[in-house]
Structures are given as C-alpha cells and as structure tokens.
Design a protein around this ligand. Sequence first.
Ligand code: CA
Length: 241
Amino acid sequence: MNTFVNRPFFVTTSTAHPARILVVEDEPKMAALVSDYLRAAGYEPHCIADGRAVVDAFKATPYDLILLDLMLPGRDGFEICRELRSFSDVPIVMLTARVEEAERLLGLDLGADDYICKTPFSPREIVARVKAVLRRSRKDAAGSEEASKLEVDEDGYRARYNGVALDLTPIEFRLLKTLAGTPGRVFSRNALLDQLHADHRAVTDRAVDSHVKNLRRKLEQADAGQECIRSIYGVGYRFDA
Ligand code: CA
C-alpha cells in the first residue's frame, strides 16, 4: 500500500485582493474618516449606519473584518456580535465610546477579536489594530485544515482536490503543479508552455487554454462552485486557494 500524498502543497488563503472591511458606524463624520484611513492603508471599506442591516449585508457579501460600533440605531453592537458569532468567525473589532464600555464588553466575552475605545478618537490606532487582527486571523487560517484542499503526489503524477482524486492527463497535472506551486502568482501562457515543454511534448499556445479549461472543469467537479484557476485577461492564469 503506498501512501497517496508524498509532498502535499499547503495552499494558503489568498491575500491577492485588498481586505474588505465592513465599517458599522452611525456617525457619518467618523465613518468617513475611518474609511479614508482604511482606504489609504490599502483596504476596501464599506459603511453601514443602521444596526439592523449588518447581518444581511454580511451574508450578502463576504467581508474580511467587521468594525462594529456598540451604540447604533436599530440594533446595538452586542446583539449584532452575538448573532454574527452564531454562524461566522469573521474577525470583529468592536468600537466603544468609553473605556468603561470596553471593559464591560470584555467581561461579557462576546467573541469579538478586539475592542477599541473611540475617545480619544484615533483613526491611526484603528487601522493599526485592524492590521494586527487581520494578520492574526490569516495566520490561523493558513494553519487550519481548510488550507490544504489540494494534495499533490509528484512522483505518482496524481492529485486530489477537496479529498477527491482528480483524473488528470500528464499535461494537466503539470499545469496544476505549476500554478498551485505559487498561489496568487500570475503565469503567462509562455511561462506555462515552458513548463509543458519540459515534459517533451509539443504544445501550442492555444492548447494551453484548452488544457486549462479541462483542468478547471475537473477541479470544479471536485468542489462545486470553487473557481480556483482564474484567467487574467491578456496575461495568463493564476491559482487562487
Ligand atoms: Ca454610535
């Protein structure tokens, strides 16, 4: 009996897109200021002022982190945090107006990842804490089970995705190995062709596209709805975890 996985690649969560941050804050000036700072730090902020809209907004669009004010119209931050935690472990940073509130929240153990007091108001500190929480959560994600969806057996020319054995041709196997070896990196068709030529096969530029297409179909069969190989228009392809 040979073991299936010799040298698995541990594919980590993609960090290619800017982190999307949901800013829940009812004071327009404060929301605008925090958003400006977040944008300047390379994040993609979206603002919501009404507490009742938060859970639906989060369910509709995935966010990487939620900045959640405690006192909100419609519904307070306590309740929102509790409900979010009942189905998601998205990082939550709670904002409070007073230090005593922050202490009270800590005691309640709502499951938020951090608490920031808004007085004195320092958007710079908010950005620093957001950065720290995101870094921590990404590190956790990289070490979790979820991170190793793809297993590659180089010697056996076999691969499994999402626990499902993939029936790959040697060319598809090489393509997958190359793309997934460096997740997030864009490979041009020429770079992929070079890899395939190492296999001593004549492969045309056009053929790369059709091999990628077949490879994609097989990956999607193993995990429906997951689009892990992306076409970068006019450039080539990229593997996203
Ligand atoms: Ca408020």
